[in-house]
Design a protein around this ligand. Structure first.
Ligand code: ATP
Ligand code: MG
Length: 259
């Protein structure tokens, strides 16, 4: 279980990026975080990754506090961020330095195969398309067998075909490794394709606003009636998140948000 308790982040200039977030994510759940620009999505992932410290509150993974970068927590950014002086296999294996060379090579080869890049192990990042580079960064995140995988708009720069292909690769790896996944997306269709739960956020201060359960069988077809109903439910929640919240109507949310 990944649990966030009364998690708040106020930046030095006074910006209240997150305010009293309570969130429990069971192991292996996929949660999509959706919300407008500035509602604290990246801040939330950075805190969970241990790259920044909260102003208040706590983060725990299976009861163990996370107070800094953690080997069980992987992060994938919007842009691939590959090391240009290492080839594809070198990039994927970069964090596995402590493993014997042979075991490392096997893990890397397996991860590359799972994202369909087995033949490109010796290429340089500059020789890859944007979609291929992002597949390398997903392989790099999975090769360490993360317990929690955080993805910050990982597919937003890609075309619809490549995105769908990467969804397939991501879900195949998730089936194998079963990490807890938090994925930030602006694409409601992406949330419906991937997640068990979509959480809509609202800004100023950053809060969790509504949760939509996506209890649909996989693989999911976007045109299936269940997918369309889920899409409508998320769009409705997004719409409500843009309106002022009536604190009197929802007193339980007046001091923060709990999911
Ligand atoms: N280092 C920082 N110093 C001060 N304010 C910051 C800092 N980083 C983020 N913020 C502010 O905190 C708020 C939340 O930012 P954050 O980047 O988490 O939003 P986001 O939901 O990821 O937005 P986007 O969808 O545009 O990526 C914003 O108002 C932003 O301007
Ligand atoms: Mg962001």
């Amino acid at each position: 279980m990944l649990s966030l308790q009364s998690l708040s982040k106020t930046y030095a200039d006074g910006t209240r990026a997150l305010d009293a977030i309570d969130l429990s994510v069971p192991n292996a759940e996929i949660v999509a975080l959706i919300g407008g620009s500035g509602c604290g999505k990246t801040t939330l992932l950075r805190l969970i990754a241990g790259l920044d410290r909260p102003s208040a509150g706590a983060i725990a993974l299976d009861g163990e506090p996370i107070t800094g970068p953690h080997p069980g927590v992987g992060l994938v950014f919007q842009e691939p961020r590959l090391l240009p002086w290492l080839d594809v296999a070198g990039n994927v294996g970069f964090g596995l330095g402590e493993l014997p060379r042979r075991a490392r090579a096997e893990r890397v080869a397996h991860a590359l195969e799972r994202v369909g890049l087995a033949e490109h192990a010796g290429r340089w990042p500059r020789e890859l398309s944007g979609g291929q580079q992002q597949r390398v960064s997903i392989a790099r995140a999975f090769v360490a067998n993360p317990r929690v995988l955080l993805l910050d708009e990982p597919f937003s720069a890609l075309d619809a075909f490549t995105r769908k292909d990467l969804h397939r690769h991501l879900l195949a790896l998730w089936e194998e490794v079963r990490p807890t996944v938090l994925i930030v997306t602006h694409d409601v269709g992406e949330a419906v394709a991937l997640a068990d739960r979509a959480i809509v956020m609202r800004p100023k201060p950053g809060r969790l606003d509504e949760s939509v359960a996506l209890d649909l069988a996989r693989p999911r077809e976007p045109s299936a009636p269940t997918s369309e109903a889920a899409t409508r439910a998320i769009l409705g929640a997004l719409d409500r998140s843009l309106r002022p919240r009536d604190a009197a109507r929802t007193p339980e949310l007046a001091g923060g948000s709990s999911f």
